[in-house]
Design a protein around this ligand. Structure first.
Ligand code: GNR
Ligand code: NI
Length: 174
């Protein structure tokens, strides 16, 4: 197992649109394990492959209290949404920044699990928020894209200053 470096905003590689995964092999299983290790260590409740500079449709999530409910989503597709909800979000690629984002309150998602089995997940609460946040990453989007241009500029300056000062990647400053 290994900890993977997490790309930080405004890194242009976070804008890459992920391609579907066409076969699940041993190398992918190892990558999934490394993504979980990286996510748990951060700590975070989700991690999209985009954030570790792997541009395929792969997400790991665990929103459980005890960190014992790992969820793998390969080639996820939202098949139903309902309502809206505002949640304060953070992101491992934008450490130390938190802001309200409006998203669907409920999403139904179809995705392959790590064994290639098609799963249907009916999500509300933090899981629904997290799935939408991670699927945005796969589409090259970051949650600060939902902020006003002024606030986003402020976040960009903060992050660039942080990088100039040589902050280690993925170390939260909150
Ligand atoms: O760890 C995370 N917490 C979180 C909190 C509110 C809304 C979304 C998230 S996802 C984030 C991890 C991350 O950056 N995933 O891409
Ligand atoms: Ni994120």
């Amino acid at each position: 197992m290994a900890l993977l470096p997490i790309l930080e905003y405004p890194d242009e590689r976070l804008r890459t649109v992920a391609k579907p995964i066409d076969h699940i092999d041993d190398a992918l299983q190892r990558l999934i394990d490394d993504m979980f290790e990286t996510m748990y260590e951060a700590p975070g409740v989700g991690l999209a492959a985009t954030q570790i500079n792997f541009h395929r449709q792969l997400i790991v999530i665990d929103v459980s209290e005890d960190k014992n409910a790992p969820l793998v989503l390969i080639n996820p597709r939202i098949v139903e949404t309902e309502g809206t909800e505002t949640c304060q979000e953070g992101c491992l690629s934008v450490p130390g920044i938190f802001a309200d984002v409006v998203r669907a309150e409920r999403v139904v998602v179809e995705a392959l699990d790590r064994h290639g089995e098609l799963r249907r997940i009916d999500a509300t609460g933090l899981l629904a928020v997290c799935i939408q946040h991670e699927m945005d990453h796969l589409a090259g989007k970051v949650f600060v894209d939902y902020l006003s241009p002024l606030k986003r500029q402020l976040v960009k300056r903060k992050m660039e200053k942080r990088h100039r000062q040589g902050a280690p990647a993925a170390s939260a400053s909150a």
